[in-house]
Design a binder for this molecule. Structure first.
Ligand code: BGC
Length: 344
């Protein structure tokens, strides 16, 4: 589904939820709500763009419903204990709902205990905790996407490109030498995207040879450094499979800093469709990306948070198992990138 269509569907759902039968919100009389958000790292490119959308959408909901919606965003700066303290602070400050982008997705216990004790609902997002943890209390939810889908789509895009562009195999040995640039160790998206992108390419009949893999923690600068180190070793690299766009952009930065002409770049693939990633696809320095629906996730999270904060029912929101909202990914290449760029 194109981004525009998806956005319209989500806005439609929200209008049904917030303005059923043309009435304003049935929010049990609250005139203002406070939503707290804590991010694992405020400098993360994808999350930064998702939050811009979240705030813009909060303003829209405020206008549509007449309810004052205050959003406060905290930076946990990669420390789980800082994030735990931030949640305590939000509870003390009477936030109505707390959205948590966990630093350590295996360690949500303090947050869950504190929220349950104070009866403040929590919407986890983007960094997925294990199901048993989400089941620990009724008022815990998760908004994100299905990592598997993005890995498979990235693999399909890469396989399709290799099949139609024999020149990817620069040394003509019938084998594609590749590197995977991975996000943080232990992140569900890094683990699953790495595994499924590669296996999907192999399943399409392409012979791959791993030159190396490198962890660049979702980060553009780290990816540039890692790529320059690989290139110093004079290895032949024909394909870069990156767990996200920021790292794919770092690979491009490395080749540009060595003054490679774009037409001699290896084939570079990303995931996310952040603004700079979409521009790189448009300019053909990145072959393709997989759209990680930041707008859809922001809208869904805002709708869920709004309803929880105003004690409205969430029963018609189609939550999987009553707890999960997962937005679909989509493939973006030079053929359809304009439809993503024009709605930015
Ligand atoms: C995104 C990455 C981001 C990470 C943060 C992933 O879903 O694709 O770009 O850095 O989430 O948790």
């Amino acid at each position: 589904m194109g981004k525009k269509v998806l956005t319209i569907v989500l806005i439609g759902c929200l209008m049904v939820g917030l303005c059923a039968c043309g009435k304003k919100s049935t929010n049990q009389g609250k005139s203002s709500i406070k939503i707290g958000v804590t991010l694992y790292d405020q400098y993360d490119a994808f999350l930064g763009q998702m939050m811009d959308f979240f705030e813009a959408y909060a303003e829209k909901v405020e206008k549509d419903t007449g309810v004052t919606v205050t959003v406060e965003i905290y930076n946990a700066a990669a420390s789980q204990s800082t994030q735990n303290d931030q949640v305590e602070e939000m509870i003390e400050k009477n936030f109505d709902v707390i959205c948590v982008n966990l630093v350590d997705r295996t360690d949500p216990s303090s947050i869950i205990d504190a929220a349950e004790k104070a009866n403040v609902p929590v919407v986890f997002f983007n960094r997925e905790l294990v199901e048993e943890d989400l089941q620990r209390w009724d008022e815990l939810y998760y908004v994100g996407a299905t990592a598997l889908e993005s890995g498979i789509m990235e693999g399909e895009l890469a396989a399709d490109y290799c099949n139609h562009h024999p020149e990817v195999d620069k040394n003509r040995d019938g084998v594609i030498q590749y590197v995977v640039l991975e996000g943080e160790a232990g992140h569900q998206d890094a683990i699953v995207r790495t595994e499924y992108s590669v296996s999907t390419i192999q399943d399409a009949g392409i012979t791959l040879e791993k030159v190396d893999n490198a962890i660049a923690n979702w980060n553009r600068d780290q990816a540039k450094t890692q790529t320059l180190q690989l290139l110093e070793q004079k290895k032949n690299i024909e394909l870069y499979i990156c767990n996200n766009d920021a790292m794919a952009l770092g690979v491009i930065d490395a080749y540009e800093s060595l003054e490679y002409d774009k037409k001699n770049f290896p084939a570079i693939f990303g995931i996310d469709g952040i603004d700079e990633g979409l521009s790189a696809v448009k300019e053909e320095s990145m072959v393709a990306t997989v759209y990680n629906d930041k707008e859809g996730q922001a809208e869904a999270m805002l709708e869920l948070a709004y309803r929880l904060a105003t004690n409205e029912s969430v029963s018609d929101m189609d939550l999987l198992d009553g707890k999960y909202i997962r937005l679909p990914y989509a493939k973006v290449d030079s053929e359809n990138v304009d439809s993503y760029l024009t709605t930015e």
